[in-house]
Ligand binder design. Structure first.
Ligand code: 6MZ
Length: 346
């Protein structure tokens, strides 16, 4: 079977996708129309064009954090946030994704409270009975936020995990890695962990070996990116050895790292180092709207760049089942993958 078709058909798990970075152009237009119908649209198409950071774009990782304001302007009401969530889930499903842990930073807007933000996403996920994709929410803390605001987000995550344990499954730390200190977020993350939430941390997205070691010693269930951990990419031996020993799974975002210039090109991506060292990895999209990609495209790029054959790609997806936060869904997803592998004789 052709690689493109195979990557689309392969049942895939998305474990690192930011809601407001995942909006496609058609979803954004839909949200814009919805706001306009309510007399609230103040956005133009030129404004939407700024949203995409494609290959060769001159913007870097630091600039990239500006573009999220565009999506945030569109998801500021309960109605558009619900539509954004539903459309994004549908797009992942259409791309052959069978399970997603969507993440988002709850925020207060002129039209909703933090609590309503979370409730809106949760209710949309509960109402996707017409879809076969299984969806969960990871609550994000932005590392640019104050300790007080991080505490508030953690409290809501704990409250909503207690209310909807099958939907609100984790908490994560993201945002501009050049701002803030991991240490300041340890107390709220620890409280969330003690309440039963699983943890994933953006780790080593820029060079900061001390922070990488602090993060790995915190023993999150997963980390995101892990670009600057191997000494070849600005990391230090102690951090790399700690990662190899701890076997903490890494959410890999190939196109995101290339388009933000965290990695010069696909060929020098640290996928190789992680894969060869047997560190668990999961292929993810990060921000499929901003970086114009899809999960099947990330599998295809991985296969083409690193020569990973179809049977190994399928096993990458199978192994992702081990690292999901909704533990009770693991067996069902593994059965689905094993079925696919047997049927295709891989
Ligand atoms: C770190 C990122 C990110 O939460 O409003 N975000 N944080 N590194 C990245 N690499 C490119 N991509 C996205 O989605 C948008 C938010 O996700 C985080 C940023 O905090 C961004 O504002 P939500 O749904």
């Amino acid at each position: 079977m052709g690689l493109h078709k195979f990557c689309r058909e392969l049942p895939k798990l998305e474990l690192h996708a930011h809601l407001n970075g995942s909006l496609s152009r058609s979803t954004m237009l839909q949200l814009q129309r919805c706001l306009a119908d309510n007399g609230m649209a103040d956005t133009s198409n030129a404004f939407l064009d700024e949203f995409q950071i494609g290959a060769g774009d001159t913007r870097n990782l630091a600039d990239c954090f500006q573009v999220f304001n565009i999506a945030h302007a569109l998801t500021s009401t309960k109605e558009t946030l619900a539509k954004a969530t539903a459309s994004t889930l549908k797009e992942f499903e259409d791309d052959g994704c069978c399970y997603i842990e969507l993440r988002s930073t709850p925020r207060q807007t002129p039209h909703m409270t933090i609590s309503e933000y979370i409730e809106t996403i949760v209710q949309t996920m509960l109402n996707t009975t017409d879809m076969s994709i299984i969806s969960c929410l990871i609550v994000s803390i932005n590392r640019s936020s104050s300790q007080r605001d991080a505490d508030i987000i953690a409290d809501y995550a704990i409250e909503y995990h207690a209310k909807y344990p099958d939907i609100v499954v984790g908490i994560e730390l993201s945002g501009n890695p050049a701002i803030g200190n991991f240490k300041d977020f340890v107390p709220p993350l620890t409280r969330a962990r003690n309440a039963g939430l699983k943890i994933t941390l953006h780790c080593g997205e820029i060079c900061n070996p001390q922070e990488v070691i602090e993060m790995l010693n915190f023993k999150p269930e997963r980390i995101g990116h892990g670009v600057c951990i191997h000494p070849r990419f600005g990391g230090i031996d102690a951090a790399w050895e700690l990662l190899c020993k701890s076997q903490i799974p890494v959410e890999i975002c190939l196109t995101s790292n290339v388009n933000t210039k965290s990695t010069p090109d696909y060929n020098c991506h640290h996928f190789n180092e992680l894969y060869n060292a047997n560190v668990p990895i999961v292929l993810c999209t990060d921000d499929k709207g901003v970086f114009a990609t899809s999960l099947s495209q990330e599998y295809q790029i991985c296969a083409e760049t690193f020569g990973i054959e179809q049977s190994k790609l399928a096993r990458l997806s199978l192994s992702a089942c081990n690292y999901i936060f909704a533990v009770e869904k693991r067996k069902m997803l593994m059965d689905k993958l094993l079925n696919f592998i047997n049927k295709k004789e891989l």
